[in-house]
Structure formats: structure tokens, C-alpha cells
Design a protein around this ligand. Structure first.
Ligand code: T5A
Length: 228
């Protein structure tokens, strides 16, 4: 459980997550956003899930190797949750509470999409794991990178080269189509937090769209924030 209290958003760094299907460009865009924040002198760390802390990286190795799949969907969900718990407690919360921005490559929407919608893990378990691992901590803003399935899989395959596809990249095309729909649904259900980004364009165009959306989010959140 995330023991450290979460400071109110006005007193902590911003928490921004990147979500989307395989090869949608999350890692590329998170690096670009970190560079832009650095250029305007905002301190930010880049991290990822599963992983991001020494304990969680061990679990990452386990789940991406396919070992978690052998245990069944519920147990695999518990592995992602255990990794998230460690990551939130040891990396994300301490940074946010020091006023540092956290840019995270995947977070709980990945569990909702991959394990909840596609793995058919019951909402009760997904919700309970969310409560236990992140408590009141929600991303301030989530970019959901949207690309046609074939584009994402081609990009992932080109980057992978001769290496073997990991646990989820190896799923069939129908899985990835359903995944794209699951993410679009998440974006539609939480429009205050989620921004769906068309990530088919070139990298700089996508980075500009993300930067514009971030500035708009900051402008809106400042005008709607209640006085302390
Ligand atoms: N998972 C994770 C769960 O099931 N439940 C959970 O709770 C969590 C947290 C993690 C896996 O774990 C699952 C989901 C995932 O399957 P991972 O290795 O971290 O796996 O991989 P992914 O998060 O899927 O990320 P990828 O590395 O596959 O893709 P990215 O980060 O979206 O894409 P990126 O930036 O590496 O780009 C891929 C290639 O495309 C190029 C890049 O240069 C790169 O070569 N590219 C572009 N090319 C053309 N135009 C653009 N706009 C481009 N943007 C990037």
C-alpha cells in the first residue's frame, strides 16, 4: 500500500502517464516531453511500468517472459499490482512530493485495458488492486497514443529486429484490435484526465500535439483550481 500521503495537486509535481498499444510511440514521446520540460526548467523524471524500481524491474522480467501467463490471469494481475505498489511507494510518490514531475510509461490504465478488458479479470479484482496499490493517487493527465494496429505492430517489429516478441506483442491481431478499442473507451469515459492523441503522424507532429494538450491542461487546471 502506498503509505506516504499524497499531497494535494497544487503542492506536488504533476503526474503524467502515457498509454496505448504496442509500438504506438509512448517511449519516444515521453523522452520528447521530458526534453521540452527540461528546456523550460521543470524538473521531471521518466519512469515505466511494469518496472521503474529495482523490485518492480524483477517482476517486469517475470511477466514479460510469459511466466506470469502460466499462472493465469488473476495471478498475473497480482504480479502487475505488486510491481506497481513498489514503484509508487519508492519512486513516484517521493518524487511528486518533492515537486518533481513524473512521466510514466504505462500505469493503471494498462491493467484496466490488458487484464480487465482483454484478460477478462473481474472488475472487483482490478478495482481492489487499484485501491491497494495507488489509493488516491491518480494521474493528472494521461496521453493515450492511438495508432492503427498494423502501424503499431510494424513499428514494434522493426524496433525488435531479430529478438523474440514479448508476452503481449506475441498476441494475435484481434487482441491488439480489441486493445485499441479498450483504450478508446477509457479515453471516452474519463475526458477530464485522458487525451487521445493521433500518433500516426511523424514524431515531431505527435510531440507538438502532446505539448499543446499539456499547455491547455495546465491553463484549464489553473483557472479551475479552488483557492487553497
Ligand atoms: N502491461 C503493462 C500489462 O499488461 N498490464 C500492466 O498493468 C502494465 C503496466 C510492457 C507490457 O506490459 C503490459 C503491456 C505491455 O505489453 P513494454 O516492453 O514496456 O511492455 O512495451 P510497450 O509499453 O508496449 O512499449 P513498446 O516499447 O512496444 O512501444 P512504445 O513505447 O509505444 O513505442 P516506441 O516509442 O518504443 O516506438 C516503437 C518504434 O516506433 C518508432 C520508434 O522509433 C521505435 O522504433 N516510432 C515511430 N515511427 C514513426 N512515426 C512515429 N510517430 C513514431 N514513434 C515511434
Amino acid at each position: 500500500m502506498a503509505e506516504a500521503a499524497v499531497k494535494p495537486p497544487s503542492l506536488r509535481g504533476r503526474f503524467i502517464t502515457f498509454e496505448g498499444g504496442e509500438g504506438s510511440g509512448k517511449s519516444t514521446q515521453i523522452r520528447k516531453l521530458a526534453e521540452r520540460l527540461d528546456a523550460v526548467k521543470l524538473r521531471a523524471i521518466v519512469t515505466r511500468e511494469p518496472g521503474g524500481s529495482p523490485g518492480a524491474e524483477i517482476i517486469r522480467h517475470l511477466v514479460l517472459s510469459g511466466m506470469g501467463k502460466l499462472l493465469g490471469p488473476d495471478a498475473e494481475t497480482l504480479l502487475f499490482a505488486a510491481a506497481r505498489d513498489d514503484h509508487v511507494r519508492t519512486v513516484i510518490l517521493p518524487a511528486l512530493n518533492q515537486g518533481i514531475w513524473v512521466l510514466c510509461d504505462r500505469f493503471f490504465d494498462s491493467t484496466r485495458a490488458y487484464q480487465g478488458q482483454l484478460g477478462q479479470v473481474l472488475p472487483g479484482l482490478v478495482n481492489a488492486m487499484q485501491r491497494v496499490t495507488i489509493g488516491d493517487l491518480k494521474p493528472d493527465l494521461t496521453f493515450i497514443l492511438d495508432v492503427p494496429v498494423e502501424v503499431g505492430l510494424q513499428r514494434a517489429a522493426a524496433r525488435r529486429g531479430n529478438a523474440v516478441a514479448d508476452r503481449f506483442e506475441a498476441e494475435d491481431v484481434k487482441f491488439h484490435q480489441d486493445l485499441r478499442e479498450a483504450y478508446r473507451q477509457i479515453a471516452a469515459e474519463d475526458p477530464q484526465r485522458c487525451v487521445l492523441i493521433d500518433a500516426t503522424a511523424d514524431q515531431e507532429t505527435v510531440a507538438d500535439a502532446i505539448w499543446t494538450a499539456l499547455r491547455e491542461h495546465l491553463r484549464t487546471s489553473m483557472t479551475t483550481a479552488s483557492p487553497a
